[in-house]
Design a binder for this molecule. Structure first.
Ligand code: C5P
Length: 413
C-alpha cells in the first residue's frame, strides 16, 4: 500500500484519523492521545463502543476532539445513516486504542454487531489501514486465544502497536499495558513514513566521546548527540534495523533502535568495527575526540602546592569512519564534518580523505546542542544544501538521500 505524505511541517499534518475506543481502563490514556495526535497535526474522529463509554465519557472525547463522538450504529445524525461507511472512507487510518482482547477477537471473526467493529469490517482494506494498540491484563495477553487472535489480526492486515510492559491497573506486572499516548503517536508517525530502508541494516555513531584524564576528570566536547539520534529514529521509521552506538548523552533511545553505550573513542571503535560489515549503511555522526590522554591516572590527580600544572601527554585515537571505510566489505559510509568556517571546502576535502561516498557538512558552533540545523551534502556528483530545519526533518531528508544512493549503482567513492 502506498501512502503519500501530505506536505505539512507537522508530522501528521493533513491526516485524518478515526480513533476507536473499546472497553478498558486504558481509555483514560486515549483522552491524552487525542491531544497528542492533534498537536502532531491530525484531525481526530472518535468512535466508542458501549464498553468504552463505561470507562470514559463521550462528552470528554467530544470536547477534546472537537467533533461529535460516534457511539451507535443507528446514529440518525448521518444523512444516509451509514456512519460505518462514511467514517472509514475519509480516514487515513483507523486506530483502535485501547483494543481490548474481546474487541480483537471480534475483529478476527469478522463480527460487526456494534459501530466500531462494523466500521473496521467495512473499511476499504487497501486504502484505510487498521492499527491496534492492545490493552489488557498480562494473563489475557499471554492466553493462547489472544496469541491466536493477534496473529490472525496481523494476517488479516492489521498493524499492532505494542503493547507495553510494566505495572497494570489490576496490580499485576507484565506485558499487556497500552503504550503511552506519546508512544502511540510516534508509532503512528513512523507508520506513515515511506519504508525506503526496508530490509536494510543501519549502524550509527552519535554524541561526543569522553577521554578520561583520571577517575573524575576527562576531555569531551559539546556534541549533544541530537543529530545522530534523529538519524537513528528516521532510519528506523524508514523500515531499517538500526544499531546506535552512543557516547555519553542524555537522550532517550528512539523506539525499536538497539543502543550500545560507550564512553571513549577506543570503546566506540571497538563496538563499531565488529558490527560494521554486517550493516548496509554506516553513518558516523559522533564527534569523536582525535586525541586521548596517553595514560589515564588511576587516582585523582592532586595539586601538589607547587603551582605547577600536571603535564598531559596525548595519544591519537583510531579514526572509526576511516577504519570502516577501509573494510573490504564495507557498508555505504556517510561521514559528518562539523566545521567553524569554509564548510564546503572542508567537507569536500574530508570526503576524499576519509574515502567515503557521502559527507555531510554542518557548522559545529551553530548546531551543537540545538534542535535545528542545516546540512551540506557532498558526494562525487557535487553538493546539495538542506536549508535550516529541525533535526528530525533533516534526518528524514538525509535518509531519503541515502536510500536513493543505495538504489543507484555505486560508481566510485
Ligand atoms: O576528522 P574529523 O573528526 O573532522 O572527521 C569527522 C568525521 O569522522 C565524522 O563522521 C566523525 O564521526 C568521524 N570520526 C571518526 N573517528 C574519529 C574521528 C572522526 O569516526 N576518530
Amino acid at each position: 500500500m502506498s501512502i503519500p505524505v501530505p506536505h505539512s511541517p507537522l508530522p501528521l499534518g493533513g491526516r485524518h484519523i478515526v480513533l476507536g475506543l473499546s472497553g478498558g481502563i486504558a481509555c483514560y490514556k486515549s483522552a491524552e492521545l487525542v491531544r497528542e495526535l492533534q498537536r502532531a497535526g491530525a484531525s481526530v474522529q472518535v468512535v466508542m463502543t458501549e464498553a468504552a463509554c463505561r470507562f470514559i465519557t463521550p462528552v470528554t472525547m467530544q470536547a477534546l476532539s472537537g467533533q461529535s463522538v460516534v457511539t451507535d450504529q443507528w446514529d440518525a445524525r448521518e444523512p444516509n445513516n451509514m456512519a460505518h461507511i462514511n467514517l472509514s472512507r475519509g480516514a487515513d487510518a483507523i486506530l483502535v486504542a485501547p483494543a481490548s482482547a474481546d474487541f480483537i477477537a471480534k475483529l478476527c471473526q469478522g463480527r460487526a454487531d456494534e459501530v466500531l467493529s462494523l466500521l473496521c469490517l467495512a473499511r476499504p482494506v487497501g486504502a484505510c489501514p487498521l492499527l491496534l494498540a492492545p490493552a489488557m491484563n498480562r494473563e489475557m495477553w499471554e492466553h493462547p486465544a489472544t496469541r491466536r487472535n493477534i496473529a490472525q489480526a496481523v494476517a488479516d492486515g492489521a498493524t499492532v502497536f505494542g503493547p507495553g510492559s510494566g505495572d497494570q491497573a489490576c496490580g499485576e506486572v507484565g506485558d499487556g499495558r497500552m503504550l503511552e499516548a506519546t508512544e502511540i503517536r510516534d508509532e503512528l508517525i513512523a507508520f506513515f513514513q515511506p519504508k525506503l530502508l526496508a530490509g536494510r541494516r543501519v549502524l550509527i555513531t552519535a554524541g561526543p566521546t569522553f577521554e578520561a584524564i583520571d577517575p573524575v576528570r576527562g576531555i569531551t566536547n559539546l556534541s549533544s548527540g541530537k543529530m545522530g539520534f534523529a538519524i537513528a529514529r528516521a532510519a528506523q521509521e524508514a523500515g531499517a534495523e538500526v544499531t546506535l552506538v552512543a557516547g555519553p548523552v542524555h537522550l532517550a533511545t528512539p523506539r525499536h533502535v538497539q543502543r550500545i553505550d560507550v564512553q571513549s573513542a577506543q570503546q566506540m571503535h571497538d563496538a563499531v568495527l565488529p558490527l560494521a560489515a554486517a550493516h548496509d549503511v554506516f553513518v558516523a555522526t559522533a564527534a569523536v575526540a582525535d586525541w586521548r590522554p596517553a595514560s589515564a591516572a588511576g587516582e585523582k590527580i592532586k595539586k601538589d602546592g607547587s603551582g605547577a600544572a600536571p603535564a598531559l601527554r596525548f595519544s591519537e585515537n583510531p579514526d572509526i569512519l576511516a577504519a570502516v571505510a577501509r573494510l573490504p566489505d564495507r557498508p555505504y559510509c556517510v561521514g559528518f564534518a562539523a566545521e567553524s568556517h569554509d564548510l564546503a571546502r572542508h567537507a569536500r576535502e574530508k570526503r576524499l580523505r576519509k574515502n567515503v561516498p557521502l559527507l555531510v557538512g554542518n557548522l559545529g558552533p551553530a548546531t551543537f546542542g540545538r534542535d535545528d540545523n542545516s546540512l551540506l551534502l557532498v558526494d562525487a556528483d557535487g553538493e546539495r544544501g538542506l536549508p535550516p530545519a529541525d533535526k528530525l526533518s533533516l534526518a528524514r531528508e538525509l535518509v531519503r538521500e541515502i536510500a536513493a544512493r543505495l538504489r543507484a549503482p555505486l560508481v566510485s567513492a
